[in-house]
Design a binder for this molecule. Sequence first.
Ligand SMILES: [Zn+2]
Ligand SMILES: [Zn+2]
Length: 253
Amino acid sequence: MIDSHCHLADRKFTRDLDQILLRAKEAGVEKCVTIADTLKESKQCIEIAEKYPEVFATVGVHPHGSRAWGVGDRDNLILMLKKDKVVALGEIGLDYHYDNSPRDVQRDVFKIQLELAKELDVPVVVHCRSAIADLKSIIEEVDHKKIVLHCCTEKWEDVEWLVEKGAMIGFTGIATYPKSQEIREVIGNCPLEQIMIETDAPYLAPDPHRGKRNEPAFVVEVAKLIARLKNVSLEEVDKMTTKNTVEFYGLPS
Ligand SMILES: [Zn+2]
Ligand SMILES: [Zn+2]
C-alpha cells in the first residue's frame, strides 16, 4: 500500500518522523509521497526523500502561496525536478475557499506550472477547492494528461470530465466522515483503475482516528472504505491502488 499524498515536511512531524515511518511500514504502507506546498518545503521534501528510501518527493507551489511566486521560481522548479527522488510537480491548483492569494494570481501560477509539467512530461498533483470551473478551463487549455486531482471533495458531475480524460482521483480520510455522502458517491462511480489513496497528513485523519494528528499508517482506513463501497476485498484495493500510484509517479515497484 502507498500513501500517495502526505506532508512529511510539516512541522508536526519534525520530532518523530522515524517512528511515523516505522508505524507506516508496520501497517503495510511500504511507500509514501511527500508533497510540497512552497519552494522552501520542496527543498525539505527532497531532503526527507533522500534520507528515507521509502519516501518520494514532489516540488511545487500551492495556490495559497502563489502570491509569493517570483521570476526565478520556474527555473528553481526545473532544477529540483531533475533530482532522483522527485517524482512530480505539485501540489498546484486553485483554492477559492480560503482565497489566500488573489484568484488571478492563482490562475497564472497554476497555468505556468501546469505548462512546465507538460513540457517536461512529469505528472502533476492538483489541488482544488471551490474553483472547479476555472480549474477545468485551465486543464483543458493546457491539455496535460498526467494529472491526479488529490483530496477529491467534488460532486460526481464536477469530476466526471476528468475521469473521462483518464486522470487519477485521490481520496483522503474526509471520505470516511459521516457527512461525506457525495464523496462516497464519487468513489462508487470512479473506476478502481483511476483511484489513488492518500492521507494528506498531518491533517484530516480518517475515522476512527478523527481529531488526532494524521499519519501515513492511517491510509489503510481509506482503503478499507473503498473496499466496502466497491464491494471488493481490501487486498484488491491495495493491489490496484498500489499499481495505480506506482505507474502514475513512476515509482520503483
Ligand atoms: Zn491540497
Ligand atoms: Zn496536500
